[in-house]
Design a protein around this ligand. Structure first.
Ligand SMILES: NC(=O)c1ccc[n+]([C@@H]2O[C@H](COP(=O)([O-])OP(=O)(O)OC[C@H]3O[C@@H](n4cnc5c(N)ncnc54)[C@H](O)[C@@H]3O)[C@@H](O)[C@H]2O)c1
Length: 387
């Protein structure tokens, strides 16, 4: 048996004590957001007005900084929402007051670059859609986040609504019988404030169709094949930030997706759809998502990002019933708050980055299908059923 002297014993125990002390300091540093997650918002335009109150409403989140290359916007939002720090550039934001998660609300075209910079700087990321410009760029971001032990997520948050859960459970429990077909539609006459929606890398698919694609793949499972037609109906627009511009990204799109078990779904989206409810569309009470099986059908009332209920029809005799009218607190702009809170609570949220990436692959395939006429096979997938 090994025997050690009292001196050796004291040396060893004090070393153990020291290393325990150091380890606990390290874990304290690593989990210094045990109680509150420090968040920085980049992009202080239109949608920040919806995100900032959401983030500020959480007891588990502290919004420490805002940033915008139009610096006066960062200053204005900092004042309006009582955020202590504001910056004119991501490099200054990352070098400034420490934070844990970046929320990206900028022009779509720069999301990928900004998200990468944040991940490289050790920040978790929630990104408005799309989280990158291409599937390959998005996948590289996911790999980077994993390599660095960080979280990455992408909007939208449609899977969080109780109406989505209701529809998913109805499908999964066989209430509609064998599922065959589905349809989603979303459009209005287009944003009027920023040109990026109409420039290369923008378009009605990443801005609007993305919601229906997330809902339909979320309900029916990953798409295996995509065929699409996309084009430009209105070649010229006048927008607040750049005046008269040429439209370069599709403003009219029809996308067919084939899911497992030969289920086919269809999404139509565009920036030339008259809708008296406008961009906000909150008053929309018509259905925008339909799912058909051989024993029942469902229609989602309102938009999938702001659903009002589900009309369910499973009887040859009785009329449809309206179900799940209660939003239970769900709001479309809740994504960053919910995933931020999930970090603190150490829980897995319903939203999966793999789902956002899959939808990015769908959009890329739609563009390719439209330009080549081909049916495009997809490779990506995500955990399904979501609920
Ligand atoms: N407006 C909405 O209601 C809404 C709703 C849901 C999602 N979205 C999404 O949110 C994102 C932003 O849309 P928006 O309507 O708020 O646009 P916006 O033009 O109103 O705001 C974008 C802001 O990002 C800033 N910005 C651009 N590049 C930047 C950079 N490199 N660094 C820092 N700031 C930068 C711009 O100066 C601008 O202030 C888009 O992805 C859009 O699809 C918008």
């Amino acid at each position: 048996m090994n025997s050690i002297s009292r001196l050796q014993f004291l040396q060893q125990t004090s070393l153990t004590g020291l290393s325990l002390f150091t380890a606990s300091l390290e874990s304290l540093a690593a989990e210094n957001y045990q109680n509150k997650l420090r968040v920085a918002v980049i992009g202080c335009g239109s949608v920040s007005n919806r995100y900032l109150p959401q983030l500020k409403s959480s007891a588990l989140i502290e919004v420490v900084s805002v940033c915008d290359i139009k610096y006066e916007r960062a200053q204005k939002q900092a004042k309006e929402f009582n955020v202590p720090n504001h910056y004119p550039h991501i490099s200054k934001l990352l070098a400034g007051v420490p934070f844990d998660m970046m929320v990206t609300l900028t022009d779509m075209q720069v999301h990928g670059d900004l998200n990468k910079e944040a991940l490289l700087a050790g920040k978790h990321v929630w990104s408005e859609k799309p989280l990158a410009n291409t599937y390959a760029e998005g996948k590289a971001l996911l790999d980077l986040s994993k390599q660095k032990g960080l979280k990455l997520w992408g909007a939208p948050a449609v899977v969080n609504s109780p109406q989505f859960s209701f529809m998913s459970e109805a499908i999964q429990s066989g209430k509609l019988g064998r599922i065959a077909a589905a349809h989603g539609q979303y459009g209005h006459t287009g944003p009027t404030w920023s040109a990026f929606f109409y420039e290369k890398g923008g378009g009605s698919m990443p801005d609007l169709g993305v919601y229906n694609m997330s809902t339909l793949t979320g309900l029916l499972g990953p798409a295996r094949y995509v065929m699409a037609m996309t084009n430009i109906v209105n070649p010229e627009r006048t927008v607040d930030d750049k005046g008269k511009i040429k439209v370069a990204a599709e403003d009219n799109a029809h996308i067919l997706m084939e899911h497992d078990k030969n289920v086919i779904s269809h999404v139509m989206c565009g920036f030339n759809y008259f809708d008296p409810h406008g961009h906000d569309a909150a008053g929309q009470t018509l259905h925008t998502i339909q799912i058909f099986g051989d024993a029942g059908n469902m229609r989602l009332i309102g938009y999938d990002w702001e659903p009002k209920g589900v009309a369910l029809e499973t009887s040859w005799k009785e009329p449809a019933t309206i179900q799940q009218t209660d939003a239970k607190g769900y709001e479309w702009q809740e994504g960053a708050r919910v995933v931020g809170e999930s970090i603190i609570k150490k829980q897995d949220p319903k939203i999966q980055v793999e789902h956002a990436l899959h939808v990015l692959e769908v959009m890329e395939a739609a563009r390719k299908s439209s330009s080549t006429g081909a049916k495009i096979k997809l490779n990506s997938s995500f955990r399904w059923p979501v609920v």
